[in-house]
Write a protein that binds this ligand. Structure first.
Ligand code: UD1
Ligand code: CA
Length: 504
């Protein structure tokens, strides 16, 4: 299958590297008003923390330290899952970003040279942006270089103070800033590269004489300037890259921005996105050129959509593979493999372990789970297919249930190639239907059917003549039956001059 992966946010790995990456993620995130630690909130297929780690990973740092505190158990568990090599370091008390940085550096005493420090709540950060900062830091031979951005709405952020010559002299938090400093629109992104030795020295001197009584990482810059050490600032090319995320309103905005980036990349690569406003694609999903995404589509996790395939409208795919030229209409799919030229939906639910062979069909109101449907086979209507293997070229009748569960354990059903099973069948697993076999409509299949046989497993029909006339006299049914009997009697009687045409 040819696929075009959505390029990872960022760009190529930088020429200059860093000795360590430190992610500050111990803060409470009070403004989220959530029991979930702020950095674990998801957007675009990763946690906030996951995005920061993905952006900095290509820097090839020898050590990645994540400062945890608020909700540390959850953050540590998440870290073990997404970045097992990262070292969680506990900041027992949240005494400020400067204190967090000091705790992190104390945990890696051997680290020397450039260290990247980054806030954990910057989900739009891209590798290219961080790389530009790292490179400028190395080129200028700075002790500290801070990433900045010019923004229209600087409220709440630290301001970058420059002297008349344009050199950065301090970072001032808004709550500690003079009215004049508050008019500055160049802000601190919360991303810094500093020399480990200079950082350790300055962090040891950071006080807490500020409005919040915290140890500010931002004070390090002024302290180094006072020492006469070289510091600098790098403006982010795209100010969106550095946007933080402090409450649910900002989280929704960042999610939208991230999605717009992903969709822009897809459209540039040749994907048709009919309605970008209602299409959501995780940064981890892949869509090939000439695929079509109709309105109301969500592609999550490792989902991939191959060339010429069409997904939607109104479909959610999680960790699902869609083959070339397949169509998936109004479907919910989790952990499924949809082969080339397969037709899914409308209104289908594909659950984990579903594998649909080339040209297969899973139609309307059909649920599948742990089910192999062979090439060209069809499950067109109103069925549940669980724990089943269906061969090639087989048709499953409407309203069929694969009865896989006996109340204790799950069992498997196997249907052969080119079988024709009747409508409203129950396959009571474990059971096998052979190649080329038929089953009659309404059958409950409990024993194996040999190849080529016709299985009939239903009660024989019995008609009780005249029952309605005798037991439901005077009803509309009885009247209709009597009229029908009269017409039938008349049409059977050639001597009757009114004959079969006399229908009143
Ligand atoms: C911080 C910066 C500000 C900048 C902004 C960018 C400081 C003092 N200010 O402000 O200049 O414009 O980021 O978004 O750094 N943290 C800890 N332990 C603590 C306190 C914080 O790990 O004790 C972490 C938080 O989890 C967060 C980061 O440090 O990831 C920044 O803390 P936060 O409280 O969000 O600072 P801001 O007010 O956003
Ligand atoms: Ca913040």
């Amino acid at each position: 299958m040819t696929r075009s992966h959505t390029p990872p946010p960022g760009g190529p790995a930088p020429a200059a590297g860093v000795a360590a990456v430190v992610v500050l993620a111990a803060g409470q995130g009070t403004r989220m008003r959530s029991s979930t630690p702020k950095v674990l909130h998801p957007l675009g297929g990763r946690s906030m923390l996951g995005h920061v780690l993905a952006a900095t990973e290509p820097l090839g740092a020898g050590a990645t330290v994540v400062v945890v505190g608020a909700g540390r158990d959850a953050v540590e568990a998440h870290l073990a899952e997404i970045a097992p090599k990262a070292l969680p370091v506990v900041q027992e008390e949240q005494r400020g970003s400067g204190h967090a940085a000091a705790v992190a550096l104390a945990a890696v005493p051997d680290v020397e040279g450039p260290v990247l420090l980054v806030n954990g709540d910057a989900p739009l950060l891209r590798t290219g942006t961080v790389a530009a900062l790292v490179e400028e830091h190395a080129r200028a031979g700075n002790a500290l270089t801070v990433l900045t951005a010019e923004v229209d709405e600087p409220t709440g952020l630290g301001r970058i103070v420059r002297d008349t010559g344009g050199a950065v002299t301090a970072i001032v938090e808004e709550r500690d800033a003079t009215p004049e400093q508050r008019t500055i629109r160049e802000i601190n992104a919360g991303v810094y590269v500093g020399d480990a030795t200079a950082l350790r020295r300055a962090l040891a001197r950071v006080g807490q004489d500020n409005d919040q009584g915290e140890q500010y990482l931002t004070d390090v810059l002024g302290l180094l300037v006072d020492e006469g050490a070289p510091v600098g600032g790098v403006r982010a090319e795209d100010p969106d890259d550095v946007l933080g995320c402090n409450d649910h309103r900002e989280l929704a905005l960042r999610r939208r921005q991230l999605n717009d980036r992903v969709l822009d990349d897809l459209m540039r690569s040749g994907v048709t996105v009919v309605d970008p406003a209602t299409t959501w694609v995780d940064v981890t999903a892949a869509v090939a050129p000439d695929a079509v995404l109709h309105p109301g589509v969500q592609l999550h996790g490792t989902t991939s959509v191959a060339a010429g395939a069409a997904v939607g409208p109104d479909s959610t795919l999680q960790d699902t593979e869609v083959g070339e030229e397949a169509t998936v209409v109004r479907a919910h799919c989790v952990g499924a493999v949809v082969g080339p030229r397969v037709s899914v939906g409308p209104f289908a639910y594909l659950r984990p372990g579903t594998r649909l062979g080339p040209g297969a069909k899973v139609g309307t109101f059909v649920e599948t789970k742990n089910a192999d449907v062979g090439e060209g086979s069809k499950v067109p209507h109103l069925s549940y297919v669980g724990d089943a293997t269906i061969g090639r070229g087989t048709n499953i009748g409407a309203a069929t249930v694969f009865v896989n569960y006996d109340g204790v354990a799950k069992h498997h059903t196997t249907i052969g190639d080119h079988a024709r099973t009747g409508a409203d069948n129950m396959f009571v697993a474990p059971v096998t239907v052979g190649d080329g076999a038929y089953t009659a409509a309404g059958s409950v299949i409990t024993t194996d059917v040999e190849p080529g046989a016709m299985a009939v497993a239903r009660a024989r029909q019995r008609n009780v003549a005249g029952w309605v006339r005798r037991r439901r006299p005077g009803t509309a049914a009885a009247e209709a039956a009597a009229a029908a009997e009269e017409r039938a009697g008349a049409s059977r009687s050639p001597s009757d001059p009114s004959g079969a045409d006399d229908d009143q």
